[in-house]
Design a protein around this ligand. Structure first.
Ligand code: IMP
Length: 200
């Protein structure tokens, strides 16, 4: 099996990617197994951050690397919180991240604004080596509307506030498997698997 390093410390992502990539003869290992410190994410686009993370992990391990970057983009806010989704309400880097405060800020920022369109974005980057000039890059989008009153207990982050109009449910009201099937990450991953199947 070929080793592939995942540029993330998230155990859930490691399990999911590990299962999905096993048929392609990839053994997915966390970057922590190689003592790779978290990469800087200095960019303002998802794709640049995902490339930076994958390149960092590939460079430090000498292995192919997979990275993802994701967030919520609100149309009326010019795409914010975007790449800052995890730390939207943080006023300094030492402040702990908080989904609750991020959601409070989002709702406050949208007060009085009628246009509630928003979409989740996920970008995946698979780099064969650190100097790969043609990494596999895929992107998924999932469109919804921001509501003022949270609904549902599932998911994480902004999910209780993101209504998917055609389902009449927030993302937090969807069963886990349904979210994974429809989500921005699910779509980006399906595209990645299709590219691998096609010989990428
Ligand atoms: P990361 O790409 O895993 O670092 O996620 C970045 C941030 O985007 C998360 O901390 C959440 O705030 C937001 N986000 C990304 N995907 C989702 C999702 O599926 N549900 C809710 N929030 C999300």
């Amino acid at each position: 099996m070929k080793k592939l390093v995942l540029a993330s410390g998230n155990a859930g992502k490691l399990r999911e990617f590990g299962q999905l990539l096993a048929p392609f003869d990839f053994e997915v290992l966390p970057q922590s197994a190689f003592a790779v410190p978290e990469a800087e994410e200095p960019h303002i686009t998802f794709v640049e951050n995902a490339i930076a993370k994958a390149r960092h992990a590939a460079r430090l391990t000498g292995l192919p690397a997979l990275a993802d970057d994701s967030g919520l983009c609100v149309t009326a806010l010019g795409g914010a919180p975007g790449v800052f989704s995890a730390r939207y309400a943080q006023s300094s880097p030492d402040e702990p991240k908080s989904d609750q405060r991020n959601n409070e800020k989002l709702i406050a920022d949208l007060a009085g604004i009628k246009d509630r369109r928003a979409h989740y974005v996920a970008v995946l980057v698979l780099m064969r080596h650190a100097d790969d000039p043609q990494p596999v890059v895929t992107e998924g989008e999932w469109h919804g509307e921001i509501i003022d009153t949270p609904r549902g207990e599932g998911g994480f982050g902004y999910d209780p506030y993101v209504l998917i109009p055609e389902l009449g449910k927030t993302v937090a009201e969807l069963p886990h498997e349904e979210k994974n099937r429809r989500s921005h990450r699910g779509q980006a991953l399906a595209q990645l698997l299709a590219r691998l199947r096609a010989g990428a």
